[in-house]
Design a protein around this ligand. Sequence first.
Ligand code: ZN
Length: 356
Amino acid sequence: MTNTTSPLIFDGHNDFLLRFFRKTLTIDAAMNGVETGQMDFPRARAGGFGGGFFALYVPTDLGGAIAGSYEDKMDQPTYDIPLPPGIAWDDAIKVILSEVATFKKLEKAGFLTGCTSTGEIEAAFERGEIAAILHMEGAEAIDENFETLEVLYAAGLRSIGPVWSRPTIFGHGVPFRYPSTGDTGPGLTDLGKKLVSECNRLGVMLDVSHLNEKGFDDLAAITDAPIVATHSNAYAICPHARNLTDRQLSIIAESDGMVGLNFAVVFLRPDGQQNVDTSIDTMLRHLDHLIDKLGEDRVGLGSDFDGAEIPQGIKDLSGLPALREAMRQHGYGEELMTRLCHGNWMRVLKKTWKEI
Ligand code: ZN
């Protein structure tokens, strides 16, 4: 007998917190359920969502009107969206503190349980709670002396992407460019290399998902932790600059890291188009390729819920059972299902957080 809400899915990336900063969602509405967005409490229950990485993120417009969203431009046969300008630390820190506060309020309201160890995540699973890791997507709010890193660590931050698709004092993001490899610019700055060492020292996970290829190589050369892409796909299937080439996948495998499958149609579809009429089968093609290159222990899920257009057959958190069903029909056995849905994240986090 298969159970469509099991195994629980622990997910590499969501942009849920940004909805509160944009004031398009309140805590009460998130608990009771809403028509908008891709995540809320009732849909998390319906989908068998065990939790995941909740991103702190500074929008380029700093919360102002969403004018000329970059996503609108991805319906051309090819596209190359320029990187937006960087964001100053004192602008960024205000946004990040507001989002950390939202995370703490969501915890008080019983929406999620903040976790800083895999023991806490597994205990939350058993109690039927949503286990949440505080992640930062783009390190604009980290200062050059790493003082904010210490403070945010104390607040529970356990995962950082040094850049979003935007420059920071640490490195250069990869643009939304199709078709293109991720070899789009210079690598990590000296401060970026220092950030890698600081994160290694603290046991904070580093996420390569928005780094360009040179930044990826710089990080790989320094880090002593498994290399993780929380929400990226296979370049061999969709030649988008955000996706990982087989060469990068082999470096991730060698480090015993992992990749979380991104559900965004622009990173899934071979034609890179913003079109939700995309089959779940396309997701399985990426999973097969990632498993082939990385091994069954190094692949998971990284939806990008509330941050991307995703296949209409999944639509939102309540569509996770459809994904499980498709994975089973594709021939993934129960042991592999458990690893892909959450087991591999636990394995990599245990190593990264120096629990073993
Ligand atoms: Zn992202």
